[in-house]
Design a binder for this molecule. Structure first.
Ligand SMILES: N[C@@H](CCC(=O)N[C@@H](CS)C(=O)NCC(=O)O)C(=O)O
Length: 250
C-alpha cells in the first residue's frame, strides 16, 4: 500500500497487516510527515508482502543490530525498531519536533511515557501472558482493568494534561505540533474505543487533552488519512480492545 505521491517510497514499514497496534503510531507519523511509504505486510505475499515479509526481516542475517519485534522501519540500509525510537527518527527528519537537543530529548521522554501507557493498556486484556487468549485470563483482566481505570489512567492523563499547561499549549510541547501529539491522539482515540465509559470519566478532567485530540484530528494530512482505507478500524486483535465487561459499568 503506497501512501503519498508518485516518487519512489523512501520508507518501508513492517507491521502486522490487520491491526492498528503499535504500528499506528508510526503510520500517523509517516502520514503527517507526508512521507511516501510502503506498509509492506498489507501487500499480497505474491508481491513480497504479507506477514511473511515481517518474519523474513526478523530472521534476516547481516544487520549488526537486529530488531526484536514490529513495528520496524526500513530506510535504505537502516533497520530501526522500538516504536518511540522510530517515531523520533521520523519526527527529526521531517520537522515534527524542534531541532535543539533538549527539545528532542524531551519529546522522546514524552513518547516513551506514551509507550509505558501503551504497555499498561495491553496488560488490561493480557495481564497474565501474551501467549494466552483473553478468554483464558478474563478474571485477571477485570481486576487489572479496574486498577488501570481507577489509578493509572488518571495519573497518566493528568500528567499529559499538566504537560500541555506547562508547555504553554495548545500542543504538548508548546505552540508547534510534534510527533508526540500524534501518538497522544492515537492513545486518546484508542482509550475511547476500548473503554467508552472509563475513558470519558477521566477525560472529563483533561480539557486540554480533549482539545489537543481534536486539533490533531483536524490536521489536513491526518484527517485525510483517517478517512482513507489506509486507516484500519480498531478491532479486538490490537492494542485497544473493546470488551464491554472490562469497562466501567453504568
Ligand atoms: N517496546 C516495543 C514493543 C514491540 C511489541 O510488543 N510489538 C508487538 C506488536 S505491537 C509484537 O509483535 N511483539 C512480538 C513479541 O513481543 O514477541 C515497541 O514499542 O515497539
Amino acid at each position: 500500500m503506497l501512501a503519498g505521491v508518485t516518487t519512489e517510497p523512501a520508507y518501508t514499514l513492517y507491521y502486522w497487516p490487520n491491526i492498528q497496534g503499535r504500528g499506528e503510531f508510526v503510520r500517523l507519523t509517516l502520514e503527517e510527515a507526508g512521507a511516501p511509504y510502503v506498509d509492506i505486510a498489507r501487500l499480497d505475499e505474491a508481491e513480497g508482502g504479507g506477514v511473511a515479509s515481517i518474519f523474513a526481516l526478523l530472521e534476516a542475517r547481516g544487520a549488526s543490530v537486529a530488531p526484536f519485534a514490529p513495528p520496524i522501519l526500513k530506510h535504505g540500509d537502516l533497520v530501526l525498531a522500538q516504536t518511540a525510537n522510530v517515531c523520533a527518527y521520523l519526527g527529526e527528519r521531517h520537522g515534527l519536533v524542534g531541532d535543539t537537543d533538549p527539545a528532542r530529548r524531551h519529546a522522546l521522554q514524552l513518547q516513551l511515557t506514551i509507550a509505558d501507557l501503551a504497555a499498561e493498556v495491553h496488560d488490561t486484556h493480557h495481564p497474565v501472558g501474551s501467549g494466552l487468549y483473553y478468554e483464558e485470563q478474563k478474571v485477571e483482566a477485570r481486576r487489572r482493568t479496574g486498577m488501570f481505570l481507577k489509578e493509572r489512567l488518571p495519573k497518566y492523563l493528568g500528567y499529559f494534561e499538566r504537560q500541555v499547561e506547562l508547555g504553554g499549549g495548545p500542543w504538548l510541547m508548546g505552540s508547534t505540533r510534534t510527533y508526540v501529539d500524534l501518538s497522544l491522539f492515537q492513545v486518546l482515540e484508542g482509550l475511547a474505543y476500548a473503554f467508552p465509559r472509563g475513558a470519558a470519566a477521566v477525560t472529563a478532567s483533561t480539557p486540554r487533552l480533549v482539545a489537543l485530540r481534536d486539533r490533531v484530528a483536524a490536521l489536513p494530512k491526518v484527517s485525510a488519512y483517517l478517512a482513507s482505507p489506509r486507516r484500519i478500524p480498531f478491532n479486538e486483535h490490537g492494542l485497544f480492545r473493546r470488551y464491554p465487561e472490562l469497562d466501567l459499568s453504568e
